[in-house]
Design a protein around this ligand. Structure first.
Ligand code: ASP
Length: 347
């Protein structure tokens, strides 16, 4: 990236670390047996290296896997490496990974790395051998974004298709299109145009509710259960036997379940934290609107904890990390409320 007047860059060259974890951006299908992640970091950087000027990119190949193989243990490991890099004077970080789990992995990094420095996660919808492969453009845009200090303090972002999405809101909303990423609650917070970051909305800084040093390596298993028409939620009777330490329930609409699920849910909530999210995927869980059996007021009154603005998948990441820290039900409730207030300004 050449520096131009007006760019908020540190004294050049800026220094970026690129971590690669596989996914479609790193996949090849040379023998037509189906694309698999094979490429290492240097091979990903190669095609865009000529466009990256005034940025020193240190490449670290971490894994070559489909992103369904990633776990919170990977996020904990990477977060520790990133904290070390930024402490050693790197200006920003880019992570490439499969797009299937980017919305969860990026949010886990947001919770685990307390920094002002830009952290950008990206991937590709079309592998490098496909027509119109989007990986090189996404990577070049992400390196530019990570070295542009206008993103300082904006939290972890996902850059895809020249859009900048906040990790806390982004979702993969299409299975195959290059414009697969949306932030249904807010929209993209910025764009990359002519190779430069335009940041339209600066997300509020999230309260630090996770202390990575206290998260045990094997984070607690949390069930994500999504309500569906006519389902009686019988799996809830088994969650303790199955070894789960917590549940995130994606209720209907503003956070509702059928009346027949209330007693089983209350029973689970008496033994482990149960977090109430909305299966709609955007907007806050309600708190004071409906009063029928199974309504949000009923469930919150029976000890369920509001996910606030977080969708079920992101709430599950937060709950897993909190339980990994040994948090009690009360600690979990306080942490979700703090995060929600810091993100929304709600008092
Ligand atoms: N299956 C791929 C993955 O998530 C999809 C992608 O990278 O776009 O690893």
């Amino acid at each position: 990236m050449s520096s131009e007047p007006g760019h908020l860059r540190p004294p050049s060259p800026s220094r970026i670390t690129l971590y690669t974890l596989g996914g479609t951006i790193a996949s090849t299908d040379d023998d037509a047996s189906g694309a698999r992640p094979r490429l290492e970091g240097a091979e990903l950087l190669g095609p865009v290296a000529a466009t990256v000027r005034d940025v020193e990119v240190e490449v670290v190949s971490v894994r070559q896997v489909a992103s369904v193989e990633l776990t919170l243990a990977d996020a904990l490991y990477l977060a520790q490496r990133i904290r070390g890099d930024l402490g050693d004077g790197q200006d920003g970080v880019v992570i490439t990974q499969g797009t299937d789990t980017i919305e969860e992995f990026a949010f886990a990094l947001e919770l685990l790395v307390d920094t002002e420095s830009p952290i950008v996660v990206t991937g590709a919808m079309r592998h490098p051998g496909a027509l119109g492969a989007d990986g090189p453009a996404n990577l070049a845009a992400s390196i530019g974004a990570a070295s542009d200090q206008v993103l300082r303090g904006a939290g972890v972002v996902v850059v895809m298709n020249d859009e900048i999405h906040a990790a806390r809101f982004v979702r993969k909303s299409n299975s195959a299109n290059v414009a697969a990423f949306t932030s249904p609650s807010t929209g993209a917070i910025g764009r990359i145009t002519e190779g430069r970051v335009r940041l339209y909305v600066r997300p509020p800084r999230l309260d630090r509710v996770i202390d990575p040093a206290r998260v045990a390596g094997n984070v607690a298993p949390v069930l994500l259960f999504s309500c569906a028409l006519g389902d009686d939620g019988r799996v809830l009777d088994r969650v303790a036997d199955l070894g789960y330490a917590g549940v995130v329930l994606e209720g209907f609409g503003g956070g509702h379940v059928p009346a027949r699920m209330v007693a089983p849910l209350a029973k689970v909530a008496a033994t482990m934290p149960v977090v109430l999210a909305s299966r709609t995927g955007s907007g806050d869980v309600l708190a004071s609107t409906y009063g029928y059996d199974g309504s949000e007021r009923d469930l919150l009154g029976r000890g369920l904890i509001s996910a606030g603005f977080l969708d079920g998948r992101k709430a599950r990441i937060l709950l897993s990390l909190l339980l990994g820290m040994g948090a009690s039900r009360e600690d979990v409730a306080v942490a979700f409320a703090r995060l929600h207030r810091s993100a929304t300004g709600l008092r």
